[in-house]
Design a protein around this ligand. Structure first.
Ligand SMILES: [Fe+2]
Ligand SMILES: [Fe+2]
Length: 275
């Protein structure tokens, strides 16, 4: 079973990169399952119902994972209750429910798989609960016969992502990090069982500071003032991993990192107001 897991979609540039590359990636890799992280998809902050449907219905994404920005669009919070193809970070205080963080789904090729989402504690919001404790409850929610188990660990600290992955070796098929918006080059298979990468990287504009317009980000770093915090426009990359999972054992047999760059056209002007 082949999984294509795509990192944080950042605003319109991220959505453009997804639309640009997904059709050809489907042809080249023939994934059974396509996952995206959607926490920044709407103007860099959160997700909307409209974009959720665009991803699920038009792009045929199998499941959307989220992160600390999941609730940024207030009107989305109510909709999230009924979004069957989305997982929220179980251990965020405003989620705190393993059932909202696990989805057992069936691919179009008729194969069962589970998707999970947790958030880190280190260098993150002080209220975040232990991902380790929540993961035990989440794994209990997955039927024994579902061997393909995938986790998006949305965390700042590389050490915490690696610690969670090493703790889960042999119990989860694929653990991939999101949130830093920077891809790491350490994709590997832990103990011959669990596919892992510390961070998949952002799908969005890299002529930026982690996706945000350079000028605004530099001003924030220099003065603390948060103004015009919007997605940048140029150097749009799609970052992802492709992982093969043995459906009988749940073990990862191959993991490959992808970085695809949209050719920027000279007339690509600044980002207009996003939705
Ligand atoms: Fe993000
Ligand atoms: Fe995040």
């Amino acid at each position: 079973m082949r999984i294509l897991a795509i990192g944080d979609i950042m605003g319109k540039p991220g959505r453009q990169a997804l639309a640009h590359f997904l059709p050809s990636l489907r042809v080249e890799f023939a994934p059974d399952v396509v996952l995206i992280n959607g926490e920044n998809a709407a103007g860099g902050f959160g997700l909307t119902e409209k974009l959720y449907h665009q991803f699920i219905d038009q792009h045929e994404i199998d499941c959307i994972t989220m992160g600390n920005h999941w609730h940024d669009k207030r009107e989305f919070v109510r909709f999230a209750e009924q979004a069957e193809r989305m997982v929220l970070p179980a251990n965020m205080m405003n989620v705190n429910d393993p059932r909202k963080a696990v989805r057992v789904l069936r691919s179009k090729s008729g194969k069962n798989f589970a998707v999970m989402n947790v958030i880190g504690k280190t260098f993150m919001h002080a209220d975040n609960l232990s991902p380790f404790l929540h993961l035990e409850k989440m794994l209990d929610l997955i039927p024994q016969h579902v061997k393909v188990r995938i986790l998006d660990i949305h965390a700042e600290a590389t050490s915490e992502k690696q610690g969670v992955a090493q703790h889960l070796v042999g119990r989860v098929s694929l653990v991939y990090g999101t949130h830093s918006h920077v891809p790491t080059a350490d994709e590997r298979i832990l103990d011959g069982k669990t596919g892992f990468i510390t961070d998949v990287g952002m799908t969005g504009p890299y002529d930026s500071v982690i996706g945000v317009r350079k000028e605004a980000a530099i001003r924030r770093l220099m003065t603390g003032e948060k103004k015009n915090f919007q997605p940048a426009s140029n150097n749009r990359w799609l970052c992802a991993v492709v992982a093969d999972i043995d459906e009988d054992t749940g073990c990862c047999t191959k993991i490959q990192r992808l970085r695809c760059e949209v050719p920027d056209r000279p007339d690509d002007g600044p980002e207009e107001k996003d939705d």
